[in-house]
Design a protein around this ligand. Structure first.
Ligand code: NAP
Length: 645
């Protein structure tokens, strides 16, 4: 019998090594792991309990003396587990749910519990694995080719599921290799700002991360390894961009026009198309007068030149959102002068783990203690997911003279963030007017920091400019107040065309309808996945599905790919050719979406610039739904909302 992968690897380490490792572990995750080792629920029924469930505190507020006590008590239990051959005890569903409530500091029930059981997979089986392939006749499968566009997080996942279903498929990727955004964004300091242990597939144990927030090379390696492990390479066509998607009414299939290496054109027939193109990958280069006259290197952050020498250079960084915010501190020590042009100040959350390595004992525990990694993932995600979207909701009638909050909880958050920001710049009060935001907390994508950004702004060779840019000149940048900033290099960390979903290709659906015209500036999709007039097309990370709250996009990718696979299954089982959401269901969802997102802080009119907003200031990018609700909606396809023909 194969060992449950989440029961972790057996070990023979001696007592001293185990005791040393225990110094580094998350005590609440350890307590749960001990229940698996001993079968005794007393570990979670005693007086030592988590005090808070917040993703940034892996000790869940358990005081140091209590942590020490648990570590002491754990050693003999772990020794017995080791000496007994590392055999785990099967735990009942009820006990596992009790353990969730223990860590969550509140009853975890119903839909929320369902989501976590699905994600944590205590029985070791990948809950999202497709098992229905055998229900479909071989000739039907052979006649149902699928094209997946993009080989990043979502495209790789779609490939894994299609392989399990036994459907023929091709993953078309414009880059020379897999990894999507992590292939492209190679700027100094690039790292994920969602905890690594939740920034990975649910069915792939995550005992390997070297940092709590891993850097780009490690993330790229993760995706490359997964592609190899699941043998997806023979299905991948790299260096190939999809230029057009044409729905062929007569044959009930898509014609996928691609442009390969050296401009070779090809048309691929596909019965189904899964768009996994990402929504933050078409660079948004600003249109600043004189940009092309600059005589040094200038580039977008996602196109950082390989081997760029920064020594002795005056570096202008335009934009300080999630990308610029990572680039600045990473290069400040290498350049002669760094001038950062930031249009809008950013809210920053203190996160002491942001640049921290996962300590060796913790890595040992993740690799060897049964289900420790599962509970670790739970600790990292539960607080955000359980909070739902309420902290982001604008409370009707709520007033705040400072304009920095939209409800009482939000105000508390704003105060805490402000206090922390001010504490880091205490010796440079002049920076306060530059770094303190003037719009509600959480209204734009909040950045995480262990202080390195705010400290780097205090270096003698770094200047933060909040005055708008007037033009670029051959040797630098001129601000609207006439100040000339000399520069040898300019990097535009100015973000992506987030509102222009699927903009890299021309998509024509039933009856010749153009997707671009149907959408205009208001892109919508039913559940963010399917679009009326565009049969057999499934978007992953489509309109209204970016996450600014709750969890990592891996969760959404898994939900959406699951949903697409369910729709494909239903189509094939029904012997239908097409699956298309009805215009009524699409419109109903779009209306409900807009009613909800319009109440959220991201839509707040005081936020003048935000990549979440369309040119009219409306939001069509983010999900306003609590994760467990969206999980429930994407479990199965509601037949009444679709036409299978
Ligand atoms: P961004 O958050 O949209 O930031 C772009 C920056 O450029 C902002 O400071 C923006 O100012 C500025 N800007 C844009 N157009 C400008 C113009 N015409 N003139 C002057 N300034 C301009 O883009 P990003 O930093 O690339 O991040 C985009 C998204 O990618 C993030 O929200 C996140 O989802 C993802 N991301 C994630 C990570 C990670 O996980 N570590 C890292 C990077 C990116 P305003 O604020 O005034 O618009």
């Amino acid at each position: 019998m194969t060992r449950n992968p989440h029961a972790a690897e057996p070990f023979t380490d001696d007592d001293q090594e185990i005791a040393a490792a225990l110094q580094d572990v998350s005590v609440p995750a350890l307590l749960c792991s001990l229940v698996h080792m001993t079968g005794d629920p007393a570990w979670i029924r005693g007086d030592i309990r988590p005090r808070v469930a917040v993703s940034l505190d892996i000790q869940s507020g358990i005081p140091a003396d209590e942590q020490a006590q648990v570590r002491r008590l754990a050693l003999p239990a772990i020794r017995a587990y080791r000496d007994g051959g590392c055999l785990t005890h099967g735990l009942s569903h009820e006990l596992l749910q009790e353990m969730m409530s223990f860590l969550g500091c509140r009853p975890v029930e119903g839909r929320l519990a369902g989501l976590f059981f699905d994600d944590l997979q205590f029985d070791g089986a990948d809950t999202g694995a497709v098992a229905w392939g055998c229900e479909i006749p071989e000739d039907v499968k052979a006649a149902s080719p699928v094209v997946v566009i993009g080989c990043g997080m979502a495209g790789i996942l779609a490939g894994i599921r299609l392989e399990q279903a036994g459907l023929p498929f091709l993953i078309v990727e414009k880059n020379p290799g897999p990894g999507g955004t992590w292939w492209e964004n190679r700027y100094p300091g690039a790292r994920v700002d969602i905890g690594s242990h939740q920034y990975c597939y649910s069915f792939e144990p995550s005992d390997h991360w070297s940092e709590f927030y891993c850097q780009q090379p490690e993330l790229l390696e993760y995706f490359t390894d997964i592609v190899e492990k699941y043998d997806l390479l023979p299905h991948c066509q790299f260096d190939t961009a999809v230029t057009k998607l044409r729905w062929d009414d007569e044959h009930g299939q898509w014609s996928v026009h691609v442009s390969g290496p050296n401009g070779t054109e090809e048309v691929i027939d596909a019965r189904f198309v899964v768009s996994a193109v990402g929504s933050l990958n078409i660079p948004n280069l600003p249109d600043i007068p004189g940009m092309k006259t600059f005589r040094g290197p200038w580039f977008h952050s996602a196109r950082w030149p390989h081997g760029l020498d920064l020594t002795g250079k005056r570096f202008a960084l335009v934009g300080a959102g999630a990308s610029g915010f990572q680039i600045g501190p990473a290069i400040a020590g290498d350049v002669e002068q760094l001038t950062i042009f930031q249009r809008t100040a950013q809210w920053i959350i203190p996160n002491p783990l942001y640049h921290a390595a996962v300590p060796p004992g913790d890595r040992w525990a993740l690799r060897h203690l049964p289900f420790y990694g599962r509970w670790y993932r739970f600790i990292m995600t539960f607080g955000g997911i359980a909070a739902g979207t309420d902290p982001y909701r604008v409370e009707p009638g709520y007033e705040d003279q400072t304009g920095r909050s939209v409800n009482v909880v939000n105000a508390t958050r704003a105060d805490a963030l402000l206090a922390w920001m001010k504490s880091i710049i205490a010796e440079r009060p002049d920076l306060e007017t530059k770094v303190v935001p003037d719009y509600p907390a959480l209204g734009k994508r909040v950045l995480q920091d262990d202080g390195s950004w705010l400290r780097s702004l205090q270096r003698p060779n770094v200047e933060l400019v909040r005055t708008a840019i007037a033009r670029v000149v051959p040797d630098g940048i001129v601000s609207v107040d006439g100040t000339h900033t000399p520069a040898d290099i300019i990097c535009f960390a100015t973000g992506f065309r987030h509102n222009d979903f699927l903009a890299s290709m021309d998509v024509t659906g039933r009856g010749g309808v153009s997707l671009r015209e149907q959408w205009g500036d208001e892109p919508t999709a039913y559940l963010g996945i399917t679009i009326a007039n565009f049969p057999n097309l499934f978007c992953v990370y489509g309109p209204g599905t970016n996450l600014a709250a709750g969890a990592s996009l891996f969760y959404h990718s898994e939900f959406q790919v699951h949903y697409a696979m369910e729709a494909i299954r239903d189509t094939l089982i029904l012997g239908a050719r097409t699956c298309e959401v009805t215009p009524e269901a699409h419109a109903r969802y779009a209306e409900r979406y807009q009613a909800e997102i319009g109440q959220m802080v991201w839509s707040h009119p005081s936020i003048k610039h935000s990549h979440y907003k369309n040119p009219a200031g409306k939001v069509f990018t983010l999900s306003p739904w609590p994760l467990d609700l969206y999980w429930e909606w994407t479990r199965r396809v509601e037949g009444g909302d679709y036409v299978f023909a």
